[in-house]
Design a protein around this ligand. Sequence first.
Ligand SMILES: N[C@H](CCC[C@H](N)C(=O)O)C(=O)O
Length: 321
Amino acid sequence: MERTFLKVHGSGNTFYLYNTDNENEFNWVELTKWLCQKDNHKGADGLLLVLPSESADAKMRVINADGSEASMCGNGLRCVARFVCENIGKDEAIIETMKADLFVKKETPLFEDIPTYAVEISPVLFSLSSLPMVYGEQTEIRHQVIPEFSSTIPYTAVSVPNPHLIGIVEQEDIENRTHQQNLAQFLNSENEYCLDGVNVSYVYPMKNDTIFVRTFERGVGFTNACGTAMTASALVSRLNGFVEYDVITVFNPGGFVRCEVKILEDEYKLTLIGNATVTASYILDIMDNEFKIVSFDETEEQGQYEKCLEIVKKETASFAS
Ligand SMILES: N[C@H](CCC[C@H](N)C(=O)O)C(=O)O
């Protein structure tokens, strides 16, 4: 059977996007693993499924490159937001995700005429059980040195709602990603701390309203960006005084986003704003677990996006490889 898939990205975090009314149409795990192989049209970081919803304009499911399913994907939600808003002819919508129905809307472009969307990131929980994570008898890890991980880096564990471990680091741990890679690989294999794995981000505060974030994603590895991680990193940076404003620019290896962090009485209101770029449309032929790319058409949008990447490279050249 031939079907159309879009190739999309948010800040260089690349996905295939597939819209269907039939949640069991194909073997999503096998299809995603096949699509995400690096030698298959440069692969991708996962598959975004856009499905009907009883409670919202559409439902999003997120399958990581290794076939595992996540509860949320910030960069992916911006791409789904654009797809759904353009399909229903509106500038805002509600998207059902595993743990919450989230508000999304079209935004004025962050850069030239790049399609830009704002998405709600929720729920936000600091309880270790929400990740899940175990560390002795502790119920939270908030900006705390964990000697078993590092003798100097303070970490925060937070779910948004997928699990994140956020380390605030010096320039040397951004220039050299070995420490982050070793810790992330350990916490995403058999270990006593993170029972379902965890996304591991190292954050380098650049200015009082700007941070740089690099993420080793659960189920993927190092990616150009991780939307939920960048938003969680903005919240952690704000709560610990590394940034002083509620609107934080987050640079990442794949571009940049804006995160709005509102600290209310008893909750955090987080918004992730950034590009939603469609780079190509693919026709796939799928028969049981046999997949084949029949054809593909590239759009003009990546050229547009790469101009914004030039700015990011200049801003982060002194420390980001
Ligand atoms: N790897 C993540 C899911 C994708 C999240 C990321 N791509 C984002 O933009 O938030 C996890 O397993 O929790």
